[in-house]
Every structure is written in C-alpha cells, then in structure tokens.
Design a protein around this ligand. Structure first.
Ligand code: DON
Length: 303
C-alpha cells in the first residue's frame, strides 16, 4: 500500500507538468474566478489510511457531487417511491438540458442531471422546511466523513440563485408537469444550498468509504442504497461523458462543476480528486485525466 503514496504523488507531479487545466465554471460567478492551476487527490484504502497529494485540505464547492448524498438521503426517507418521479437511464444530453423533459412528460432521466436532482431534493423537502432538508444532507455527509467541519458556502448558493436561469426554467417546467411538490423557488433554494457544500478531498474520500463498502467503516447507509448509488454513478455520474469515463477509468464516479470527482473502487478504496478547470462536459479536465492515471497505475476497475 506504500505504493499508493507514490502513485498519488506521481499523478500530482504529472498533472502540474502538463499544466493543461481547462476553465472553471463561468455560469456561477463565485466559481468563475477560482484559479484553475490547482490540484488535489486523496485515496482512503481498505486499511483506513488516507494518502494525499496537492491541496487536499483546501475546501472546494462539491456542486453536483452533493446529488449522491441527496439521493441516499431521499431513498432513506421515501424509498423506491422516488423512481415514479425520476428515471435511471444515462443521457446523451448535457447536465443542464431541458430537452428530455418534454418528450418524457416531465420525468427526468436520472437523479444526477439537474432536472433529476431538483426532483430528488424536492422529494426530500416535502413536508418540512429547507433548513431541515439541508440539515439532513449535511448531517449525512458529516457522519459519512466522520467530521463536523463541513459547511455550506452561502455566497456560492446566492450567486447561483442570481444567475441560475437554466435551473429556474427546469424547475418551472417540472412544476408544469406536476413533478414538483413545493414552490419552485423553495426547492431551487434548497438545491442551490446543497450544491454549495464545501469539502476537501480528504473529507470527500472519507465520506465515500461507506459507498465503497470498506471493512470497519460505520454503517451510515444501507448496502442497497450504496449499490443503487454506485450503479447510477457508473452509468450517469459524468452525464454525457459517462460512457467515456467508464471506458477510461472503469469505476463509479460523480463529478461536480466545482471541479471535484468522487470515485469508488468497491471494497478497495474511496478516492476524491479536485481541479477546478472543466472540460466541455462540465467535468474536471485535469481531474478526469488523474482518475484515468490512477486506474491505470493501480489496476482498480469494476470490470
Ligand atoms: O445546478 C447546477 O448547475 C450546479 N449547481 C451543479 C451542476 C454540476 O455540478 C454539474 N457537474 N458537473
């Protein structure tokens, strides 16, 4: 396992030597100005050790990675009923596309595209206040990461509320099909705050241990929900680049426009990578390459 320490350092050095960073998310003003030449990787192995390189203690905006935790919280609350409102198929459309909603009668294709995540958060919110739904998501993440030092960045949430016209359109379109139970603004506010949770790669890798089913990890989520989340991460976690990600990396992963990636090597390791520059699919440009390097160097793959 000492090898993992060397492998993550080699990946970090290669990523910096390449200096091929991509561009941070421009549509969320608080993220647009983040310096792109940053990189971090953390790997928690089955023996409980955490191997890191780069800025692994720098909190970043987890954005769509929060959708994994929101999904698990919602499944915990309403169970399989969620699937009457959201599908579980990958798409060839972008994460913020509205296109399939029209042909599919307002039922989003999966819980990781924005439309599906908005419906999932809406289901979690039903019957209570946004602060309670957010406390449930944050509480689950803190429990899974075994630390309370994880917070929501209100400035990021507010900046997305100001500029998130695409998500507002999606929420109202869902409402027109009767697929939102709450006022669109209430659900969106909750969703924007969930996306604005900040974590370090060390914390994110720790939080993925339950998804990886590592031995000796506190039982924070059910085995069934971990299985569901991993299946969706593999098939839908990188949106219209999920096939390419499975081809290059071969592990369930979930990206966010903050530049983070949560990667699961079942029963072997939980991995978090961060580099804020994005590729054309809205996934981390250097982070995606680092994930492929890690998979190649370790031989980890579900196939
Ligand atoms: O709703 C949005 O557009 C963002 N809060 C999250 C999108 C995202 O992270 C897509 N991931 N790569």
């Amino acid at each position: 396992m000492e090898d993992i320490g060397r492998i993550v350092q080699d990946i970090h050095d290669k990523i910096h030597a390449d200096a091929d960073w991509g561009i941070p998310a421009q549509y969320i003003s608080e993220l647009a100005g983040v310096a792109s030449d940053q990189f971090a990787i953390s790997v928690v192995t089955a023996d409980g050790r955490c191997w890191s390189a780069g800025r692994s203690r720098q909190p970043f905006s987890i954005q769509s990675i929060s959708k994994v935790f929101a999904l698990i919280a919602t499944l915990g609350r309403i169970g399989e009923q969620l699937w009457t409102r959201v599908g579980r198929e990958p798409t060839r459309t972008a994460f913020d596309s509205i296109m399939l909603l029209e042909s599919d009668g307002g039922r989003p294709p999966n819980p990781f595209v924005n439309a599906g995540a908005i419906v999932t958060t809406d289901a979690l919110l039903s019957g209570r206040e946004p602060s309670q739904a957010l406390a449930e998501i944050l509480g689950l993440i803190r429990e899974m990461a075994e630390t309370d030092e994880i917070y929501i960045n209100d400035r990021v949430a507010e900046s997305e509320r100001r500029t998130g016209e695409r998500n507002k359109a999606i929420a109202h379109y869902l409402a027109s099909h009767g697929n939102l139970s709450n006022e669109p603004d209430l659900t969106l506010g909750t969703y924007f705050h969930q996306c604005a949770i900040e974590m370090t790669t060390e914390q994110l890798a720790m939080s993925g241990r339950a998804l990886a089913g590592l031995d000796g990890v506190p039982r924070t989520i059910s085995a069934l929900h971990a299985k569901r989340a991993n299946a969706l991460m593999l098939t839908c976690g990188h949106y219209d680049a999920s096939g390419e990600f499975a081809f290059q990396v071969g592990l369930p992963g979930k990206s966010g426009v903050g530049g983070g990636i949560l990667l699961i090597a079942p029963r072997t390791a939980s991995i978090a990578i961060w580099s804020p520059g994005l590729n054309g699919y809205g996934n981390s440009h250097a982070g995606t390459r680092a994930a492929a390097m890690l998979a190649k160097a370790t031989g980890w793959s579900v196939f």
